[in-house]
Design a protein around this ligand. Structure first.
Ligand code: ATP
Length: 230
């Protein structure tokens, strides 16, 4: 079925992003149109430097486009100020990056509870404990990121991303820093949680086999997206 504006969880239209750098202006996104229906899983592949990470940043409201329209879960991002964007993110978007981005001064449990506390969930601590249990890390709840292996840190990051049950998960090379076997287990975990919650997934990866686990693959090249509209 073709996604249209009304049933699309993600609706990006002709998004451009240019940034001024010391050597001159860089056109990073050059008219990206991308539509994703609720419940879809979409992989984003393409050469290094083509703009994949930047597209995820723009979708999360962490970078502002130079022009174009972005609507995620019915929210037009251009109309939201920084506080509203932060609330939008905590309610609607989970992110998992290659570098796990855990807060080093917080325990695993505190890291997972963070987005729940931000959303003022009264059950934050209990829910965080349950999420850590789901990724098999109950025994490490009071440990700090530096005391955990890479795979364990990524499991904490996945628990944190899923804890608020966001409709959308953005994952950027989530296994890039892990050995192949650990990476496989991490992706199995991510896909099983995604399926359980019905989370829409946009996954940036260099791994074509991993990309093939998604229902659709789009290709970024030189700031342009091929296949962005099914
Ligand atoms: N703040 C910035 N200022 C100037 N150029 C930038 C900035 N951020 C990113 N870029 C450039 O934008 C282009 C796209 O970067 P991006 O990280 O989105 O690519 P990518 O496809 O995710 O690459 P990779 O696969 O290597 O992670 C690159 O040429 C990068 O150098």
């Amino acid at each position: 079925m073709t996604a249209n504006a009304s049933d699309a969880l993600i609706d990006m239209r002709d998004v451009r992003l240019s940034l001024g750098a010391a050597g001159g202006t860089v056109d990073i996104l050059r008219g990206v149109t991308f539509r994703v229906s609720a419940g879809e899983t979409v992989s984003v592949v393409g050469p290094s430097g083509s703009g994949k990470t930047t597209m995820l940043m723009v979708l999360a409201g962490l970078e502002h486009p130079s022009s174009g329209e972005i609507t995620v879960a019915g929210h037009r991002l251009a109309t939201l100020g920084e506080d509203a964007l932060a609330r939008f993110r905590s309610a609607h978007v989970g992110v998992v990056f290659q570098a796990f981005h855990l807060v080093p001064t917080m325990t695993a449990l505190e890291n997972v509870a963070l987005p729940l506390e931000f959303s003022r969930r009264p059950d934050a601590a209990a829910r965080a404990a349950q999420c850590l249990d789901e990724v098999g890390l109950s025994a490490r709840a009071r440990h700090y990121p530096s005391q955990l292996s890479g795979g364990e840190q990524q499991r904490v990051a996945i628990a944190r991303a899923f804890a608020p049950e966001p409709p959308l998960l953005l994952a950027d090379e989530p296994t890039g820093n892990l050995d192949a076997a650990t990476g496989q287990r991490i992706m199995d975990l991510l896909f099983s949680l995604r399926e359980r919650f019905g989370t829409t997934l946009v996954l940036v990866t260099h791994d074509e086999r991993l990309a093939a686990r998604c229902s659709r693959t789009v290709r970024m090249a030189d700031g342009k997206l091929n296949g962005g509209v099914p």
